[in-house]
Design a protein. Structure first.
Length: 261
């Protein structure tokens, strides 16, 4: 059995799919990841904040840590939690894949994030799939976003903000003023899983606390979509041999890391 999956959740997969596609656009699943697993993941991510494995879009108070598979086997399990895999398959189809996977750290003083959608993430890819931006939203979900709350997400430390139901809006960004006036903040205890439609308008919020706040972010993609993080397409060539051997023994990871179209 998967050591991460600590609570048997009676989830109707079709109801979950409908919620992500035509309802609020997101799901919150509490008490999924046990404390000892969170501690291992948090320690591994924080150990990289001064390494060359981080980048950030929000200035010096924001760190994203990449190459998580190289840091600890615990991330193999965190990106392939069974209930998450079941929901993703129901929404994206059986051939969905991993598009990105990073640790996300808001240091004290981190500002509000940019209001955005996770997908479509660039125009050329959107048009490649045959969609016209004026005819949105797409008829299918192109990306499902995973957040694992390594630390509690609170109003004070930057809990994710989103506008429920906005995955079905036209592809015109709400103004920051409009967004922050109407957004819902997703407060959650450590070990919670948040799944959201990639077309949902959202942002991280400012960390006004005295502590770093750590989360995990992953993208699960419709099989026809190209990955944003190209390094995942070449892990079989680039990963240390012991890491790749570990990955190919895990059927869920092999499934997630198959090549882009």
């Amino acid at each position: 059995t998967n050591p991460i999956y600590v609570q048997q959740m009676n989830i109707d997969l079709e109801q979950a799919k409908n919620e992500v596609i035509s309802g609020t656009g997101y799901l919150v699943l509490p008490n999924i990841v046990p404390k000892e697993t969170l501690n291992i993941a948090r320690t591994a991510i924080l150990s990289q904040l001064d390494s060359d494995r981080w980048f950030g879009e929000l200035g010096e108070k924001h760190r994203r840590v990449r190459d998580l598979f190289y840091l600890s086997p615990v991330f193999d399990e965190l990106v392939s939690i069974p209930i998450v895999m079941n929901i993703a398959e129901r929404i994206l189809g059986s051939n969905f894949k991993l598009g990105a996977f990073t640790g996300n750290c808001l240091l004290p003083g981190a500002p509000n994030g940019y209001v955005h959608q996770d997908y479509p993430y660039f125009h050329s890819e959107f048009t490649r799939l045959g969609y016209n931006r004026t005819d949105c939203p797409p008829k299918e979900v192109l990306e499902l976003q995973l957040i694992v709350t390594i630390d509690p997400f609170t109003i004070d430390n930057g809990a994710t903000a989103l506008i429920a139901g906005s995955q079905n809006w036209p592809l015109s960004s709400p103004s920051p003023k409009e967004f922050w006036k109407t957004a819902t903040r997703i407060e959650a205890s450590a070990g919670t899983v948040i799944l959201s439609n990639g077309a949902l308008w959202h942002a991280s919020a400012a960390n006004n606390s005295d502590n770093v706040r750590v989360g995990l972010l992953a993208q699960y993609l419709n099989p026809k979509v190209k990955r944003m993080v190209k390094a995942l397409d070449t892990m079989d060539q680039d990963a240390p041999p012991e890491v790749w051997k570990r990955i190919i023994k895990n059927h869920r990871l092999k499934h997630l890391l198959k090549p882009s179209p």
